[in-house]
Design a protein. Sequence first.
Length: 440
Amino acid sequence: MGIIKDRFKAKADAANAEIKDLLKEHGTKKIGEVTLAQIYQGMRGITGLVTETSLLDAQEGIRFRGYSIPDLQKKLPKAHGGDEPLPEGLFHLMLVGELPNEEEVNHITNVWQRRSHVPNHVFATIDSLPLNTHPMTMFVVGVMALQTESNFAKEYAKGINKKDYWNPVYDDAMDLIARLPRIAAYIYRRKYKNNEHIQPNGLLDWAGNFAHMMGYQDESFKELMRLYMTIHADHEGGNVSAHTTHLVGSALSDPFLSYAAGMNGLAGPLHGLANQEVIKWIFEMQEQLGTDDPSKEQIADYVQKTISSGKVVPGYGHAVLRKTDPRFTAQMEFGKKHMADDKLVNTVWKIYDTVPPILQSLGKIKNPWPNVDAHSGALLVHYGFVEYEFYTVLFAVSRALGVMASLCWDRALGFPLERPKSVTTASVKLWLEGKDEIWE
Ligand code: CMX
C-alpha cells in the first residue's frame, strides 16, 4: 500500500474504534430538537450528518480539521518561491487529519501526476457535445465518461467484503482528483481557445499544472489557482455539493457517480454557479451605467433595482455563515497584494461597502455579508480569464478535494445508506389534530 493510504487506514481504524465506544456510551443522547418550520425550510440548523474533514462556524467561518484559512496560509507547504498553500497539503490534512510536511506534499503531487492519465473516450465524449453546452454540463458528462475506470465498481461487481470498500474508493478518489484538471482544461481550451490544447507539465504541482494546461503561465495566476483550489475545497457536510456526494455515495454508487451528482448541485445558481452570476451581474451593471468605475451611489441604486425585480444579489448571504466569509477576505488580500489598482477588483470592494447595509435594511436576510463567490471572478478577469461560464468548473475541481476525502471516510467508517424520514402536509395536519401517531 502507499504511504498516505496506510496512514489513512490506520487513522480510520482508530476512529472506528473511538466512534464505536462513543455510540455505546452516548448513543441515545439527544443532540437537538426539530421544529415543524425546519422541515419545511430547507432543514436549516438540523444536525444530521457527520463529516470529518471540516467544520463551519457561523461567526468564524470554515476550519479544516481545526485550522482556519489564515492558519493554512501560514502552515501548509508552498510551491518553490510561492506564498499560497498547495492544495495537496489541504487534501492530506483533510484525509489524514494532520498537517503535512513538504515531503508528504511532494509525494501527493507525484502520485496525482502518475494517476493523471485520462482515456481518449472521455475527450471524445466531451467532443460529441455542441460547443454551446454549458461548461459544467461538459464537465459532469466528462466525469461520467470517466466512470468506466472505477476500481470500486469493478471490485463490487466481482464481490468485495464490505470491510474493504474503503480501499477501491480511496483509489477512485485519487484517480478522480488527479484527472479532473486535465478534463477541465480540455473543456476550457475546446470551448474558448479554438480547441488548441496544452500538454500537462509533469514538473508542476496540481494547481500550477491546471493553470498551465488552461494556458495561464503567469506565476501569480498559478498562485491564485493554488489559493483558489485550497479555499473552495470543503465547507463541512451539509452544503448541496458535499451532501449530495455523500448521499449518493451512501447507496454505494462509486466515487465518479457520487461526485458527478454532487457537481450537478454545485451547478445551481444558489450554490456554485453564483461565482459566474456575480461577474455577469457586475458586467451588466457596468453596461447599464455606462462606466467600468461605478460610484458607491450608483452601485446602491443598481442593488435596489436587483432586489425590487425579485432577484437575489449574487455572492451575498449564506445558509450558515453570519459574518464576512473568510474565503472572501483571503481573496481580497490576494487582490490587494497582486492587483490593488484593478478597476473591477475595486468595484468588488465598493460593492462590499455598499451591499450589506442595504440587505440588512430589508429585515429578512439572515446574513448580509459576502460569501466566497462575491470575489473570485474579478481576480480571474484581471488575468484575462473572462469566460465566466467556466468559473463553476474551477470551483468543482477544488470541491473534489473535500468531497472525495469525505467519501473515503464515509466508507472507512462504514456509514450506512442515508435515508431520512419524510412526511406529507396531510400527515402533518393529522398529527397536529392528534390523530396520527406516525411520529410518536
Ligand atoms: N439578495 C437578496 N435576497 C436575499 C439574498 C441576497 N443575496 N440572500 C437571501 N435573500 C433573501 C432570501 O431569498 C429569502 O427571501 P424570501 O424570504 O423572500 O424567500 C430571505 O432573504 C431569507 O433568506 P436567508 O434565510 O437569509 O438565506 P437562505 O439560507 O435561505 O439562503 C443563500 C442562502 C446563499 C441561498 C442566499 O443568501 C442567496 O440566494 N444568496 C445569493 C446566491 C449566492 O451567493 N449563493 C452562493 C452561496 C455560497 C455557495 O454555496 O457557493
